[in-house]
Design a protein around this ligand. Structure first.
Ligand SMILES: Cc1cc2nc3c(=O)[nH]c(=O)nc-3n(C[C@H](O)[C@H](O)[C@H](O)COP(=O)(O)O)c2cc1C
Length: 328
């Protein structure tokens, strides 16, 4: 109880942000320390999240794989570590271990809809198990000590249940709550229900005025995010896939970026990847990033096709270096 009260009584860093603030979404296998630093170089959001990191694995032999997801450089601060898992005691232990690492806060994933994950009763399956969800939040708050604790979730499991589910979470002393405006069943197949996010803001005003609300779903530009904040009253906006469409998405104003700037960012990505992960992550999955940088200019498709054939960072650099000067 003492810990839960803390959240109501103490001001957390979440409340210091300008309104509305912008967060980059946790994106598993994408938003590691390298990609976060590339996004920072393009245009930085106010706050970053790690990929989701499993607490059950963290406290067991699975820890080395989890440590990759926890890696970061100080320049990425404020950075929130996102955790998920089955057992409240593992959340407690992981939250406690995160205190000394320099994270600005701990976020709990109650939103992932993947079938094989939901089947074991975790992530968005917790929407159907509010008692366990409360136990997990309490255990995390106890482990986290002074670090703010937040949740990222959806608006229901099979059907929209904003009043019931978001209302429940708002009674648990959270410092922040990110709401992805879809149910689990909807995956990402329908437009986000921003009216429900607006409803959640009203609930917050009634139940927990100190909990910061972050809206998430389908935001493709900063201007669109600002408009949604005006319309629905959220404190912050979270952007995920919008970063794939425009790596400069967090930038203010309408700035056109050249092909050369995009190529420079890709080279920076390759350099950081090599410095950070050489011998620890394989080259192949890096290829999924190429389309973020190389698109919408004559020859982009052919260039990407030849990069997809490469077997190493060195080969990719050679191809980029040979790009005709009139292209860059
Ligand atoms: C490739 C990918 C990985 C994701 N990984 C996570 C994750 O680790 N934790 C999480 O809470 N959400 C994760 N999400 C969901 C996003 O954070 C976000 O809620 C969702 O994409 C909707 O926002 P958007 O429309 O801005 O993309 C992931 C989404 C994608 C596309």
């Amino acid at each position: 109880m003492k810990i839960a009260l803390k959240s109501y009584l103490m001001k957390s860093f979440w409340q210091d942000f300008p309104k509305p603030f912008f967060a980059m979404a946790p994106l598993d296998d994408v938003s590691d320390t390298v990609f976060r630093r590339v996004v920072m170089r393009a245009a930085r959001p106010d706050v970053f999240f790690t990929e989701f990191a499993n607490a059950d694995a963290f406290v067991s032999a699975g820890r080395p794989a989890i440590e990759k997801k926890l890696r970061f450089e100080n320049e990425e601060s404020p950075l929130i570590v996102q955790i998920w898992g089955k057992f409240p005691e593992h959340y407690y232990e992981m939250a406690k271990a995160m205190r000394e690492r320099g994270f600005a806060g701990i976020d709990i994933n109650m939103g992932c809809p993947e079938k094989n994950i939901v089947r074991s009763g975790v992530c968005s399956a917790l929407i159907k198990d509010p008692v366990r969800a409360a136990e997990i939040i309490k255990a995390t708050q106890e482990g986290a000590g002074e670090l703010p604790v937040s949740v990222k979730t959806r608006i229901g499991f099979n059907t929209i249940a904003t009043e019931e589910w978001i209302g429940h979470l708002l009674g648990l002393g959270l410092d922040a709550l990110t709401i992805h405006g879809r149910t689990t069943k909807e995956m990402s197949k329908v437009p986000a229900h921003w009216d429900e996010i607006g409803r959640a803001v009203q609930l917050r005003d009634e139940i927990a005025p100190d909990t910061v609300i972050i809206g998430n779903g389908d935001i493709e530009s900063r201007a669109q995010g600002e408009e949604l904040a005006r319309e629905y009253g959220v404190d912050g906006l979270m952007i995920g896939r919008g970063v794939f469409h425009d790596i400069y998405v967090f930038e203010s104003g309408e700035v056109e970026h050249s092909v050369a700037e995009h190529v420079e960012l890709l080279n920076y990505h390759l350099d950081l990847f090599e410095q950070t992960w050489e011998g620890q992550k394989s080259y192949e999955p890096l290829k999924k990033f190429f389309k973020i940088y190389l698109k919408s200019f004559p020859g982009a498709n052919d260039l990407r096709a030849s990069l997809m054939e490469t077997k190493s960072i060195e080969e990719a650099r050679e191809i980029l270096a040979k790009m005709p000067q009139n292209q860059v």
